[in-house]
Ligand binder design. Structure first.
Ligand SMILES: Cc1cc2nc3c(=O)[nH]c(=O)nc-3n(C[C@H](O)[C@H](O)[C@H](O)COP(=O)(O)OP(=O)(O)OC[C@H]3O[C@@H](n4cnc5c(N)ncnc54)[C@H](O)[C@@H]3O)c2cc1C
Length: 458
C-alpha cells in the first residue's frame, strides 16, 4: 500500500487526503496548527456565528460529492432568495447591481453612456496580434468600458481576491472570461451560449450555500473521517528526495526534528510557507516566491435590528475603489444571507478591510480597524449606536494574487512536479482561489499521485 504524506490540513489538503484514503492508500496529513480547515473557521459566541474566512460556497461537482459522501446534506443551508441582490456603492449610497434587462435600463449604477458602451460589447472584435498577458482592468475597459470596470469589476475583485484589477491577470484570475472572448468573440454571446450548453442544476435552491453551524462543518467532517491520519502541531520544515521516496522533516517540541518517509508527497502549504522549507531542487523556484498574499482584516459586528436603517435585503455591498471617501472593501449582510447567524432581533454585518487596495489598514490595531468599519457602516447603511457584539480577525497573508505573468508560477509548479517523482502541489494558488477551486485542486493532485503510484514499476 503506497504511503502518501499531505502537507497542510486546509481544505485542499483534507480533500486530497480523503480521496487517497477512500482509494485505499495509507495517508498522513501533517498540519502545523492545532485545528483542521486552514482559513475556513467558524466560531459562535453570544448567539452570533462568525466566519473568519470564507462565508459562502457555490455548488461544484466535487463539493456535491463530498457533501454526499460525508452525509452533510441535512446540515446544509442555502442562501436566502434576497441574496441574489448585491449592492454597489455609487455616489456614497448603496445601489443594487442590475440583474435583468429592465433593471439594467433603469439603474442609476451606470450612466446612459456606460449602458450604451456595454450594449456595444457583442460588436467589439477579439483582441488580436498578441498573446501577451492582459490585466483584468485593460480587458474590462476594452470589452465593457471604463464605468463597468469602476462600478462592477473593480468592486467584485475587491470582494473575491481582495485584489486590484490593474494588477490581476485576466487570463489567470478570470480564465472563463478570456475563454469566452476567444471562443465566441463576445462575452455576451459566449455567456448565452455557455449557459444554454451547461445550464445551472434545476434542483439547487440557490447559487450559494453554507451549513447550519458555519462553513467549518465541511473541513471538520473531513478531519473526522480521516481520524488519526491528521497529525496536528507538526510544522513541516524540510523536504528531501531520497532513493525510496520522500523524507519530510517536522519541527518537534524537543530540539531534535522528527522525520517521516513517504512514497509521495502532496504539498498544500501556501506558497509563502513552502518558501520557508529546506528543499533542494534544480528548478528555479523564485516565481513562487514572488506571489503576494495581501493582508485582510475581517470585522464582524452585531447590532439590534432597529439600529440599522438599511433594509439589508441582499448579499451585501461592495465599495469600488473610485468611491475613495470610504475605506472598507465591502460588507456581507451575514444574518440576511443564512439563518442562525444572529440572535432574534439582531443583525450581523461582516466587513472586509485591507487587501491590495489598502494593506496598511488591515495591519492597524483591532480598535482602529473597528473605528474605520463603524464610520463607513454609519454613513452607508445608516447604522446608529454601538454594536453590542464585535469580533476582529486578522489574516496577515489572506489570498494569493494571480497577477500579470502568473503563468510562470503555474509553469514552475508543473516543472517541479515533472522533475521530482512523487511530488505534487495543490491549493488555492493552483487553479482558482475559491473553496471549490481548492477542493478541485486537492482532488486532482490525489488522482495524479495515485495514477503515478499504480503505474510505476514494482
Ligand atoms: C477572508 C477570506 C474570505 C474568503 N471568502 C471566500 C468565500 O466566501 N468563498 C470561497 O469560496 N472562498 C473564499 N475564500 C478563499 C478560500 O477560503 C481559500 O482560498 C481556501 O479555503 C484555501 O484553502 P487551501 O487549503 O488552499 O489553503 P489554507 O486554508 O491556507 O490551508 C493551508 C494549511 O497549511 C497549514 N500550514 C502552513 N504552513 C505549514 C507548515 N510548514 N507545515 C504544516 N502545515 C502548514 C496551515 O496551517 C493551513 O492549515 C476566502 C479567503 C479568505 C482569507
Amino acid at each position: 500500500m503506497p504511503r502518501i504524506g499531505v502537507l497542510g490540513a486546509g481544505i485542499a489538503g483534507l480533500t486530497a487526503a480523503y480521496q487517497l484514503q477512500e482509494s485505499g492508500a495509507s495517508v498522513q496529513v501533517l498540519e502545523a496548527t492545532d485545528r483542521a480547515g486552514g482559513v475556513i473557521q467558524s466560531t459562535k459566541s453570544d448567539g452570533f456565528l462568525v466566519e473568519h474566512g470564507p462565508n459562502s460556497l457555490r455548488p461544484t461537482q466535487h463539493l456535491e460529492t463530498l457533501i454526499d459522501n460525508l452525509d452533510l446534506e441535512d446540515r446544509r443551508v442555502w442562501a436566502d432568495d434576497t441574496a441574489s441582490k448585491r449592492y454597489v456603492i455609487r455616489d456614497e449610497r448603496p445601489v443594487p447591481l442590475p440583474t435583468s434587462l429592465g433593471s439594467f435600463i433603469s439603474t442609476d449604477l451606470f450612466s446612459a453612456r456606460a449602458k450604451l458602451r456595454l450594449l456595444a460589447e457583442p460588436f467589439i472584435g477579439r483582441r488580436s496580434g498578441t498573446n501577451s498577458d492582459e490585466s483584468l482592468a485593460a480587458f474590462t475597459r476594452r470589452r465593457l468600458g471604463p464605468e463597468v470596470l469602476d462600478y462592477a469589476v473593480a468592486p467584485f475583485v475587491g470582494g473575491v481576491f481582495a485584489g486590484d484589477p490593474t494588477q490581476l491577470s485576466a487570463r489567470h484570475a478570470f480564465e472563463r472570461l478570456v475563454d469566452l472572448e476567444e471562443e465566441y468573440g463576445s462575452l455576451f454571446w459566449g455567456g448565452l451560449r455557455a449557459n444554454r450548453n451547461d445550464p445551472a442544476p434545476d434542483d439547487a435552491p440557490s447559487s450559494l450555500f453554507s451549513f447550519h453551524d458555519g462553513l467549518e462543518t465541511l473541513p471538520a467532517a473531513l478531519a473526522d473521517a480521516l481520524g488519526d491520519c491528521v497529525v496536528h502541531g507538526t510544522p513541516v520544515t524540510a523536504l528531501h528526495h531520497t532513493n525510496d521516496g520522500w523524507d519530510v522533516e517536522v519541527a518537534a517540541s524537543n530540539d531534535e526534528p522528527a522525520h517521516q518517509s513517504f512514497d509521495a508527497v502532496i504539498s498544500t502549504l501556501p506558497l509563502h510557507a513552502l518558501q520557508q522549507l529546506d528543499f533542494d531542487t534544480p528548478i528555479d523556484p523564485s516565481p513562487l516566491h514572488d506571489v503576494t498574499y495581501p493582508p485582510v482584516a475581517v470585522v464582524a459586528l452585531g447590532y439590534d435590528r432597529a439600529a440599522v436603517e438599511h433594509p439589508l435585503d441582499g448579499f451585501g455591498m461592495l465599495v469600488p475603489p473610485v468611491e475613495d471617501q470610504f475605506d472598507i472593501l465591502g460588507t456581507i449582510f451575514s444574518s440576511t444571507l443564512f439563518p442562525g447567524r444572529a440572535p432574534d432581533g439582531h443583525v450581523l454585518l461582516t466587513t472586509f478591510v485591507g487587501g491590495t487596495r489598502t494593506p496598511s489598514l488591515a495591519e492597524r490595531t483591532p480598535s482602529a480597524v473597528r473605528d474605520v468599519v463603524e464610520r463607513d457602516l454609519n454613513r452607508l447603511l445608516g447604522v446608529t449606536g454601538d454594536p453590542g457584539f464585535a469580533q476582529h480577525v486578522h489574516w496577515p497573508r489572506a489570498i494569493p494574487q494571480y497577477t500579470l505573468g502568473y503563468g510562470t508560477v503555474k509553469e514552475t509548479l508543473d516543472t517541479l512536479e515533472a522533475e521530482h517523482d512523487g511530488l505534487y502541489f495543490a491549493g488555492n494558488y493552483r487553479s482558482g482561489v475559491s473553496v471549490g477551486d481548492a477542493v478541485a485542486s486537492g482532488a486532482a493532485a490525489a488522482s495524479r499521485a495515485l495514477d503515478a503510484l499504480t503505474t510505476r514499476d514494482p
